[in-house]
Design a protein around this ligand. Structure first.
Ligand SMILES: [Zn+2]
Ligand SMILES: [Zn+2]
Length: 410
């Protein structure tokens, strides 16, 4: 029964390939930045309406939410796709390349939207067998850190109360046909810091009359690099990056002001707290040694994205049945961040990575102007995600007393 169902789900996913390709190319051609995804949301809402789903627009800003109710009782599963593009100039030369100069779907969110539309189309056809409800979350503004929070603040999780949440990301480091599923931390926490250093000016020839903010900034940059190398356990992961440093007005004036900004990534709360505390201490001590005042603004933006072990087992089982047993790769965690972590923090979830590089192709990284995921990944991702919904509902329904149907062999 189960193998038969897998084959028919994959067959339907292959049958809706063109449906997904046309959606993906239309979205790709007209990329929109976070919270500006008006045309993208319209296209998605139109298609979901046409499938006969319950559709809400303007969710959390420009988001779209749709609900598909199976014919049989069961749990609620949420699926999430992100919709926003990036301020990147496209260099692919594709016929459907971005028509908006300086904007591109360089993180493959166009593919994610197309996959979820495909899943909706496929599950619609299996509605009589679907035990539960699937909530499709087309979320705005993943790249600018605000979309998932806006969705949650709009009460989506509270209203639909999903038992599980699944998301996907195209992953160029994996060849198409491979699926990356890893329990535990998979994407990093995201924090930011702004440092202000205040000294006093003097003639560049008489430095002893001033307090040099540039010298303090240099000490701070060096000191911050010692946190990951000397404070964090070498078996843990942490990145402290100073991305900007501005200071000074003229070659012969001791600078009285320096400002630095940076980002912090970790894969767990204890390390995250350690790094945050050490940044405060290192900045205070380094600047004090230079006689300069310091101020640190530290913002905790996103938690580590942690995949639930049981959800990963279910997802891996679905992927093996739809593709082939050896399709699963235990990808390394990424120090990039994704706001899917906010859902996974509240609801057991799994973020699934789909290979999207054709054999022999160059794997341009995400956020690169030449990123060109193969559309062969669409039916594969669609089949796996649709099967995952069916499998989770089946698994979960079997856990609930009174929900199981004795005699069924599926
Ligand atoms: Zn991105
Ligand atoms: Zn992304």
């Amino acid at each position: 029964m189960k193998a038969c169902e897998s084959r028919s789900i994959l067959a339907r996913a292959i049958a809706v390939r063109e449906y997904m390709v046309t959606a993906r190319r239309a979205i790709h051609h007209r990329p929109e930045l976070g919270f500006e995804e008006h045309a993208t949301a319209q296209l998605i809402a139109d298609r979901l309406h046409a499938l006969g789903l319950e559709v809400n627009t303007g969710v959390g800003g420009t988001g779209v939410l749709a609900v598909l109710r199976g014919d049989r009782p069961g749990p609620t599963v949420a699926l999430r796709a992100d919709m926003d593009a990036l301020p990147v100039s496209e260099e692919t030369g594709l016929p459907y390349a971005s028509a908006c100069p300086g904007l591109m779907h360089a993180c493959a969110h166009d593919m994610h939207c197309a996959v979820l539309l495909g899943v909706a189309a496929v599950l619609k056809e299996f509605i009589s067998e679907l035990r539960g409800t699937v909530v499709f979350m087309f979320q705005p503004a993943e790249e600018t850190d605000g979309g998932a929070r806006a969705f949650i603040d709009a009460g989506i999780l509270a209203e639909h109360d999903p038992h599980a949440v699944f998301g996907l990301h195209m992953w160029p480091d994996l060849e198409v046909g491979k699926v990356g599923i890893r329990p535990g931390p998979v994407m990093a926490s995201l924090d930011s810091f702004d440092i202000e250093l205040v000294g006093s000016t003097a003639h560049g020839a008489m430095p002893h009359r001033g307090r040099d903010a540039i010298l303090a900034a240099s000490a701070v940059v060096q000191g911050l690099q010692q946190i990951a190398s000397r404070n964090v356990d070498p078996m843990e992961a942490a990145v402290v990056t100073v991305g900007t440093l501005h200071s000074g007005k003229a070659r012969n004036i001791i600078a009285d002001h320096a400002s630095l900004t940076g980002t912090v990534r970790t894969l767990g709360e204890p390390v995250r707290e350690l790094v945050a505390a050490r940044i405060e201490e290192v900045v205070a001590m380094c600047s004090r040694a230079c006689g300069v005042e310091s101020h640190v603004k530290y913002d905790r933006l996103l938690p580590t994205l942690v995949n639930d072990k049981r959800m990963c087992q279910i997802a891996a089982g679905s992927a093996r049945e739809i593709l082939r047993p050896e399709c699963i790769e235990q990808t390394m965690p990424s120090m990039a961040a994704d706001d899917f972590s906010l859902y996974a923090e509240r609801v057991p979830g799994c973020y699934v990575f789909f290979g999207c590089t054709a054999p022999g192709d160059v794997a341009y990284p995400l956020h690169n102007g030449r990123l060109s995921p193969t559309e062969d990944a669409l039916p594969m991702a669609c089949g796996v995600m649709a099967k995952l919904c069916m499998d989770y509902c089946q698994y979960s329904a079997a856990q609930l007393p009174g929900q199981s149907e004795p005699g069924r062999q599926d």
